[in-house]
Ligand binder design. Structure first.
Ligand code: PAF
Length: 309
């Protein structure tokens, strides 16, 4: 049985431990989390393990990304089980700062993000969220100085926002996005799935099912507006209150009108009882028009704004 990971709670010990890796010429990948780890997080850890000599996982339930009305106090916390799972993955270091280490008395700085953070998706319903995420992730990068940082595609707008921030602030960390891990019936893994009642859990896979149907119809060149409004209704019919159900440009997250405006990403947020679920999938990859000697149209968008994989 592996012995690690070393659990670090002070900046001094963090500096000493990471300094040791650096002195040995080792690379470091960081997986930022809020704990309550599931198989989706472990997929991030495995990707990190493939990219770097050392893997650090941060566990910090970040108060600044929750609105006062949200579930900060009740957010699932399972530190001992998380550590056991990370030990099995042979993670080297867990960075678990107490709140006053992350936000000491007098803390007065925050990172203000725009671009993909203000596109009228999550930001419309959680206006505080990306400022809180960007601030804590910028701090995690400054504290751990990773070569790579790994995030799930499930929080797609978050992934794009962090990628933009890292590029804009020259943070010298390569952001890696990892595809969403799903239950057998398609429900995206999320720490908040534990909030679902039995009947809500049975209804929840409609999100992924509808996303897939919509992507197929868009790929078949049905009008995006019609496909998405019918998808919205299908999700509502399953008992959800829909916050948004949208097709957007996969990199900028700006609105699109036709499949030719792609590559596309389809994104949803919807509430089932007290639980708010988000999900997204790749929209149609626009390759029609490509023939012998012709470039797929998607190449028009090949200049990415990010270093995300
Ligand atoms: O995705 C999450 O778990 C959080 O938003 C993150 C990136 C760890 C920042 O608190």
């Amino acid at each position: 049985m592996p012995r690690g990971p070393v659990i670090v709670r002070t900046i001094k010990t963090l500096d000493r431990t990471i300094g040791g890796y650096r002195d040995a010429g080792e690379t470091l990948a960081l997986v930022p989390t809020m704990g309550a780890l599931h198989a989706g997080h472990l997929a991030l850890v495995r990707r990190a393990r493939r990219r770097a000599d050392r893997v650090a996982v941060s566990i910090f339930v970040n108060p600044t990304q929750f609105a006062p009305t949200e579930d900060f106090a009740s957010y699932p916390r399972s530190f001992d089980a998380d550590i056991a799972a990370l030990r099995r993955e042979e993670v080297d270091l867990v960075w678990a700062p107490p709140r006053d280490v992350m936000y000491p008395q007098g803390f007065a700085t925050s990172v203000h993000v725009k671009g993909p953070a203000i596109v009228d998706l999550e930001d419309r319903f959680r206006p505080h969220f990306f400022g809180g995420v960007a601030t804590v992730v910028a701090k995690l990068f400054a504290q751990c100085r990773p070569d790579f940082a790994v995030f799930g595609e499930k929080d797609y707008q978050q992934l794009k926002t962090i990628t933009r921030m890292a590029a804009d602030l020259d943070l010298k960390v390569r952001i890696i996005g990892v595809p969403t891990v799903r239950e057998k019936d398609g429900l995206a893994l999320s720490s908040r799935n534990v909030y679902l009642s039995e009947s809500e859990r049975a209804a929840a896979p409609v999100l992924y099912r509808t996303l897939k149907e919509s992507a197929a119809r868009i790929a078949a060149r049905e009008p995006i507006a019609r496909v998405m409004s019918e998808g919205w209704l299908a999700i509502e019919a399953a008992g959800f209150a829909v916050d948004y159900y949208e097709a957007r440009h996969a990199e900028t997250l700006q609105r699109v009108e036709t499949v030719d405006d792609g590559p596309l990403r389809l994104l949803v947020a919807a509430r089932l009882g007290k639980t708010r679920l988000i999900d997204n999938i790749e929209g149609s990859v626009r390759t029609t028009g490509a023939g012998p000697g012709r470039r797929p149209r998607v190449l028009r968008f090949a200049r990415k704004v990010s270093s995300a994989e």
